[in-house]
Design a protein around this ligand. Sequence first.
Ligand SMILES: Nc1ncnc2c1ncn2[C@@H]1O[C@H](COP(=O)(O)OP(=O)(O)OP(=O)(O)O)[C@@H](O)[C@H]1O
Length: 505
Amino acid sequence: MFERQDFGDTVETASVVVTIAAEEAAGIKVEEATIQEAWERVRRRLRAELGEDVFSSWFGRLELAGIVEGVAYLTVPTRFLKSWLEAHYAERLRVNCIAELPAPNGVLLSVRPVSREAAAPRVEAALRARPVAAASTIAEPGKPAGANPAQPCENDPVDACGTALDKRMSFQSFVVGKSNQLAFAAAERIAGAPAGQSPYNPLYLHAGVGLGKTHLLQAIAQEARRQGKRVAYFTADRFMYGFVAALKSQTALAFKEKLRGIDLLIVDDVQFIQGKSIQQEFGHTINALLDAGKQIVVAGDRLAGELEALDERIRSRLGGGLVVEVGELDEALRVKILASRMEALQGAHPNFQVSPDVVAYVARVVTTNGRDLDGAANRLLAHATLSGQLVTLETAEAAIRDLVRTREPRRVKIEDIQKLVATRYNVSRADILSERRTAAVVKPRQIAMYLSKALTPRSLPEIGRRFGGRDHTTVLHAVRKIEKAISEDRSLHEEVDLLKRMLQE
Ligand SMILES: Nc1ncnc2c1ncn2[C@@H]1O[C@H](COP(=O)(O)OP(=O)(O)OP(=O)(O)O)[C@@H](O)[C@H]1O
């Protein structure tokens, strides 16, 4: 959604010049005051468009970290806020930023270190149901999660920008099954090997959402640190933020030198590393560390070779080491993970009792991933605590019904597709349904037909009828044409993907 895009619009970039060369911080020329004024104008526009309430709830803590090669790097303090803005305000943010900032290449949103924030705002706190083991900060015994003492990046580029670790994500708490035993074994070997003597370098882990990549990476980081190794663990977001912040504060060289002085670099969610300079920096860092015999561990949501946004050389370097997939959680593994969660919760809430039948039931119906199992465990606890009753099969079913239901894909209507596509391409829905054949109308019409085929169960003749009474061969032609265009044009591919996600959310 916030990927770099070729917007095509001409943007007045005024007199502001922000040139940041990846290699040398000395190349930075930042007219900070002018940029801050432009950023204030973006904020004013958003406030005027959305009203004070919405603005302060969702945009109050949005910050501009910097502008690199025409991409505006914006940050928020939490993943939740990031997802919310991406899902609901992506286009508005992009349009306003492009109108006011020297950022013709678009906007990237990432999560900045939590320690820079005071308390979470009302709305977010109210809406957010935080999974037990998904906190991104270290929960020291006796200390609330969120009391992590990390400092702003400007002061200590690597340590502070490195993502905080969650002590609960250790090797001991990782449940091993068929689908993850190879990944677990490789992770343990790497964490335990003396510096410079790892048998697998780099290690690249890939898996779908919530299957335990982060858990394993954090376990490696904690074990390696325990053995006295110098470890930097970054999410992609944090790497990008750290680098942009270091450039802004002219500490980029220190940032790079520190990075290269470590024994083990771990990068999570590598698919999100974007922006040419940052990718280059990431590539240089990986090459320098590997050449010096240092260990690299990276995780992504797909095979390294399929990370289209990443530079070809980085992909092949990552794919050239040990590549391991973490597979789906089968039912037996889900039961074990859930049982271990229950045990952990019972440690803190001794009255919370759940029978093996309930665990088996939840593990059978919550099939998606570990994060949803965490969510289910939390709901059972909340239910038991609030009602003061034992969790039976019936109460468990009621407690997680909402979770199971929200995981069902949203039904998309053809009318919604037509409306969204019309708005995106600045035509009316009537234009899409009309006989007009100008390019400005034909392209959105074909995209809307393609999306109707991809996202609804409607047949081609039915779709044709809903598009002003067209023949099914017209629809088929449109579907094939867009399929071909998508396979050849990456920015169109991303754009159609974004429309899909917006419709499904
Ligand atoms: N095998 C496992 N044993 C114990 N906990 C697990 C296991 N697999 C997943 N989990 C738990 O499920 C939750 C989600 O896992 P994690 O964050 O590691 O997923 P991920 O693969 O990094 O997902 P994403 O791609 O969304 O970042 C975490 O709380 C994690 O501890």
